[in-house]
Design a binder for this molecule. Structure first.
Ligand code: SAM
Length: 334
């Protein structure tokens, strides 16, 4: 796939389209009887555009980034009756369905209202390429990294977290082996000068973890990934989104997730396995919600990966993994 005019190349688009359910149970009074797919990560609108152009689904596009929602207005005017956009984080999926008039609050609470939910995790090329968003050390900019542009930024985190907390973040979310050494260096350096820019942070990391000739990635890559995950509570959001989305699926509906690193994929794999396990029906991730006794299945084992052609034309696709969870059509006795 070549770079499109939207600046973000959708990853595994054909595989995602093929995973959409053909047939689900019809629910009168929901989205005027139309099939609904929730694009939880609208981003550059690449997935939503394909759903609108290549299927007959009504699309609800969500994104916590106000810039993504604003960019989606052009697509919305091309499909005024089939695309609805709501600015929210994953945890707001249920209220977004009501806000977008897909279903009533009672229907949302009862679940089984949408045919498919799709998540394409991480950041978009728009976010990475805009220096003022502060996601990348490739472009100098403010040390921000907030997808939603609200709440504490990466600069706040680096300024306020203790050395132990920074080391924990770098280790847990970046799998960074030099986590303690880097945290110590940052805490010492911030006494003289606060970290406010991406390049300043990248240089500080590189000074304690010099680049070796065999390194394929910049020494600050894992620290940047870790801070981004922490600032946006990305892993907590994924857990909550999976638990809620599964309940919202109609019988026959599909939850389709494309992830890009092992921490994300581990959560998806574990939660899908728990839900598809016939012995365990309790929603341990959101115990306040109804249990999963209707039953879920994994339509294929393991993950689907991009084709080698896609990986060579779009480097961002190389680490992509797609997993799918389907809600069973028949009701299973509890
Ligand atoms: C990889 S991009 C999606 C690209 C999109 N599929 C496309 O084809 O253009 C991920 C998007 O998801 C959004 N996002 C990530 N985590 C989110 C969350 N917890 N809640 C809402 N949006 C989120 C980001 O702001 C970003 O715009």
């Amino acid at each position: 796939m070549s770079e499109n005019s939207q600046g973000h190349i959708p990853v595994m688009m054909q595989e995602v389209l093929a995973a959409l359910p053909e047939e689900t149970e019809k629910t009168p009074g929901i989205a005027n009887g139309q099939k609904v797919v929730v694009d939880m990560t609208f981003g550059g609108g690449g997935y939503s555009r394909a759903f609108l152009e290549q299927t007959d689904f009504t699309v609800l596009g969500l994104d916590r980034d106000p810039a993504a929602i604003a960019r989606g207005e052009a697509l919305q005017s091309a499909f005024p009756n089939r695309l609805k956009l709501v600015e929210t984080c994953f945890s707001g999926i249920d209220s977004a369905l009501v806000k977008a008039d897909i279903c009533s609050e009672e229907q949302m609470n009862a679940g089984k209202v949408v045919d498919a939910v799709v998540m394409d995790l991480g950041v978009s090329s728009f976010q990475l390429d805009e220096a003022d968003r502060g996601f990348s050390f490739m472009h100098n900019g403010p040390l921000d990294m907030r997808m939603s542009r609200s709440g504490p930024s990466a600069a706040d985190l680096v300024a306020e977290a203790s050395e132990e907390e920074l080391a924990r973040i770098f280790w847990t979310y970046g799998e960074e082996k030099a986590s303690r050494k880097i945290a110590r260096a940052l805490v010492t350096a911030r006494k003289d000068m606060p970290f406010t820019e991406t390049k300043q942070l990248a240089d500080a990391v590189e000074s304690v973890k010099p680049r070796r000739p065999k390194d394929r990635i910049h020494p600050a890559t894992q620290v940047f990934q870790a801070l981004r995950i922490a600032v946006n509570n990305e892993l907590g959001e994924i857990e909550m989104a999976i638990a809620t989305a599964a309940k919202l699926l109609k019988p026959g509906g599909a939850l389709i997730i494309v992830s890009f690193h092992s921490l994300e994929d581990r959560i998806v794999k574990q939660m899908f396995a728990d839900m598809a396990d016939k012995k365990s029906h309790v929603n341990k991730y959101r115990p306040e919600q109804e249990d999963f006794k209707d039953g879920y299945v994994l339509p294929f084992k393991g993950v689907k990966a991009p084709t080698s052609a896609e990986s060579s034309s779009n480097p961002r696709a190389r680490s992509a993994k797609m997993r799918v969870l389907k809600r069973k059509k028949e009701r299973v006795a509890a």
